[in-house]
Ligand binder design. Structure first.
Ligand code: SAH
Length: 223
């Protein structure tokens, strides 16, 4: 158990949807690490994608939740920015038919099951040019899990969760929220055809609790 119902979450404002780009991505851009065209996988309501478009990058954003993409498109129009936002499952990225210099991921990878992870990596390889780089920001095993009872604060349809989540009444604190990812798992997945430039400790910003959660920021280039 752990995958939220994203459509339901985006009818409200989920805790990761902070209304501004993640600090780690602003720093990467300022350091010149984000190069050329950019694909934002699992872009949500688009803050990271819109920020990079404002900095002059050619940006596409992909998410499988229609309400998130609709919100992202509305922000782009309001801010007079051009980003190609599309509803698509990232496990079908290969159907995009183009490659990018850079792919960014803020909080997508940690959603996948064990079976989905290698499928995602194959799809990633199809949309990054050789020498291009995938940046991944995910929660680490050092970040405590969410207290599911606090979901009430940001999900307007919280009561419906009872119908959607198996064994809802038996959930304990810590049962809810995305998976925690270890460095060893990242290294294990990106062995063949990839070069890991670094995996460093990073923070993910959210609107819950202290607002800061521990994660890993990885830079991984396609060979
Ligand atoms: N990057 C955004 C959203 C992070 S939450 C941000 O930083 O705010 C994870 C996002 O991944 C959600 O928007 C969810 O809809 C999307 N997602 C999860 N699995 C997906 C899949 N298989 N294909 C496309 N999007 C997916």
């Amino acid at each position: 158990m752990g995958t939220p119902n994203f459509e339901l979450a985006y009818r409200g404002t989920p805790p990761w949807d902070i209304g501004r780009p993640q600090k780690e991505y602003v720093q990467l851009e300022q350091a010149g690490e984000i190069v050329g065209s950019v694909l934002d996988v699992g872009c949500g309501t688009g803050e990271n994608a819109l920020y990079l478009a404002a900095q002059g990058h050619d940006v596409w954003g992909i998410d499988f939740t229609p309400t998130a993409i609709q919100k992202a498109q509305e922000k782009a129009a309001q801010r007079h920015l051009t980003v190609s936002f599309r509803v698509l499952n990232v496990l079908e990225l290969h159907t995009l038919g183009r490659t990018f210099d850079t792919v960014i991921d803020s909080g997508l990878f940690h959603v996948f099951s064990d079976e989905e992870r290698p499928l995602f990596v194959d799809n990633l390889a199809a949309v990054i040019r050789r020498g291009g780089t995938y940046f991944m920001l995910c929660l680490s095993e050092l970040a405590p899990k969410l207290d599911y009872s606090k979901l009430k604060d940001f999900l307007p349809d919280f009561d419906k969760l009872k119908d959607l989540v198996p064994n809802f009444d038996k959930l304990k604190e810590g049962d809810y929220g995305p998976r925690r990812v270890t460095q060893a798992e990242i290294k294990g997945l990106f062995q063949d055809g990839w070069r890991i430039n670094y995996i460093r400790q990073a923070t993910m910003e959210s609107t819950m609790g202290s607002g800061v959660r521990l994660g890993w920021l990885s830079s991984i280039s396609k060979e």
